[in-house]
Design a protein around this ligand. Structure first.
Ligand code: B12
Length: 450
């Protein structure tokens, strides 16, 4: 079968994101002719090249990856249903008989809404799909026989039920040969991803990653991870990457072993990842290896700094750990970024000010090693479906019981929302200035927020 895998529009004014999910799928489609096409590479005119690839390849199946949808920062992003619907309508019109199969993180978070609103999708695949998608291609006429599948039956959307998690360490490497890395490298230092593990043991109340990937952490062997990094360097000239893991430094030993493997092979790479803030997950030994292995940035999403608020968010660390992150970054000369939510459950002016006080402290301690662009993105928590925060929002009457949550809903109650609005207006001004500067720089792929 001829299968075209398409990355639909991601957040349009942010960095490009290498379609690693599609490259993973492509690696597991034995016996099919496969190509990958990313609409985001042609932001000015996506439809001419899209039409050309459809005409040339004449795929039997188009697998469309819906990664981002209404990501929830209206003043920063422009993605929506409409561009995605237009892209699907375009391919439907160009190739009326083609089977359209959707998948991806945004699809999986809002599967039913997506099936209802994007009626040109024939079949949807929930979650990780290295096993289910090839199975589906073999059973396109009887999709109800495959787990994890949404299909249409007499005007009704039906679901075959959640599949087992894939055996991640046993997967093949993503098909990097199907994607040109150059535009992603030109876009930002986080654009090309590598994945060392799937799943997360933590229980932060707002996070939907565990709905998608589970609490059990499934790890690849460090040697296998670094084999893939080595391929990226040697075969594609990629020396800058981002780990797509939920958290890189849990377990710590796995993180250290990956670093050691990079160092042993003398691989010259620059990379970053998301890190947990608990001091036990950031021992000196790890920091030393991170530095030697080319990790240039510790990316933290603590979301808050105040003990009471961290408890409300069910974080596994406290304020003293936050201070420790500053101390350890300073000691080892690492760059750091932090992202925070505003007006999370229980917020008051005192706790809000604690965030800014912490940032000031970090700036004084770390100077320019503290990267500040994430401040542009500080906002109230977007309430994602399938999270404890969504339950809490319903119980407390903040949202209606039947809210589909695809239209942005935030945890942003009470008087603090006025302070938040003030901050967002400032962030928008900073954003606009930066955007004009980026445009003047002439790099059409550049990210405004990185
Ligand atoms: C890593 C990551 C990032 C990294 C990406 C780095 C990189 N180079 O790849 C960075 C930091 C850049 C990032 C940024 C953002 N991200 Co992000 N990110 C993730 C994360 C944790 C992993 C994504 C990933 O790479 N997975 C690895 C690959 C292998 O898996 P996959 O893409 O899911 O693909 C699998 C399946 O989905 C499926 N599949 C995928 N496509 C298709 C297609 C078909 C046809 C089929 C059948 C199956 C299928 O099969 C694949 C293989 O199993 C996810 C959360 C998660 N748990 O997945 C959030 C997530 C995708 N991000 C999200 C968001 C909101 C953002 C930002 C807007 C955040 C922000 N405010 O800045 C930006 C947007 C960036 C952009 N330009 O659009 C949301 C999107 C939800 C939504 N409503 O849109 C997610 C789901 C997290 C969340 N729950 O909030 N992100």
């Amino acid at each position: 079968m001829r299968v075209l895998l398409v990355q639909a529009f991601t957040a349009l004014d942010m960095e490009l994101v290498y379609p690693i999910g599609l490259a993973y799928l492509a690696a597991h489609l034995d016996g099919h002719e496969v190509e990958i096409f990313d609409l985001n590479l042609y932001r000015d005119d996506p439809y001419t090249p899209f039409g050309q690839v459809l005409d040339r390849m004449k795929p039997d199946v188009v697998g469309i990856s819906l990664r981002n949808m209404k990501v929830g920062m209206p003043h920063l992003h422009t993605d929506d249903f409409q561009p995605q619907a237009e892209a699907i309508a375009f391919l439907r019109k160009r190739l009326p008989g083609v089977k359209v199969v959707a998948g991806g993180t945004a699809f999986s978070l809002y599967s039913e809404v997506m099936m209802k609103r994007l009626d040109a999708i024939d079949i949807g695949v929930w979650g990780e799909a290295e096993k289910s998608f090839p199975e589906l291609l073999a059973k396109l006429d009887t999709p109800w026989e495959v787990k994890g599948v949404y299909y249409r039956d007499a005007g009704q959307v039906k679901f075959t039920g959640f599949p087992d998690k894939v055996d991640f360490p046993a997967l093949r490497h993503p098909r990097r040969d199907l994607v040109d890395h150059a535009p992603y490298l030109a876009s930002s230092f986080v654009s090309v991803g590598v994945q060392a593990k799937r799943g997360c043991a933590l229980r932060c109340i707002h996070c939907s990653d565990t709905f998608l990937l589970g609490h059990q952490v499934r790890m690849r062997s460090p040697a296998d991870v670094v084999d893939e990094m080595q391929e990226l360097v040697e075969d594609y000239g990629v020396r800058q990457m981002f780990f797509c893991d939920q958290i890189f430094n849990i377990p710590v030993k796995h993180a250290i072993d990956i670093c050691k493997e990079i160092v042993d092979r003398r691989l010259e790479v620059a990379w970053s990842a998301w890190f947990n803030e608990h001091r036990n997950t950031l021992p000196d030994e790890l920091m030393v290896w991170l530095k030697r292995a080319g990790c240039g940035l510790l990316s933290f999403s603590p979301d808050h700094v105040d003990d009471r608020m961290l408890k409300n968010l069910d974080k596994n660390f406290r304020h003293e750990d936050m201070l420790y992150t500053v101390q350890v970054a300073k000691k080892h000369g690492m760059d750091v970024e932090y992202s925070f939510f505003l007006n999370s459950p229980g917020e008051d002016m005192r706790s809000l000010l604690a965030v800014f006080k912490f940032l000031l402290h970090a700036r004084l301690q770390l100077g320019s090693n503290l990267r500040l662009f994430t401040l542009l993105m500080m906002q109230p928590i977007r309430i994602y479906p399938h999270t404890r925060l969504a339950e809490l929002a319903r119980e407390s009457g903040l949202i209606n019981a039947d809210h589909e949550l695809i239209e942005a809903a935030y945890w942003n109650p009470g008087g603090i929302q006025h302070a938040v609005a003030g901050w967002q207006a400032t962030a928008k001004t900073l954003y606009d200035v930066r955007k004009r500067w980026q445009e003047a720089s002439g790099n059409t792929y550049a990210s405004v927020t990185r």
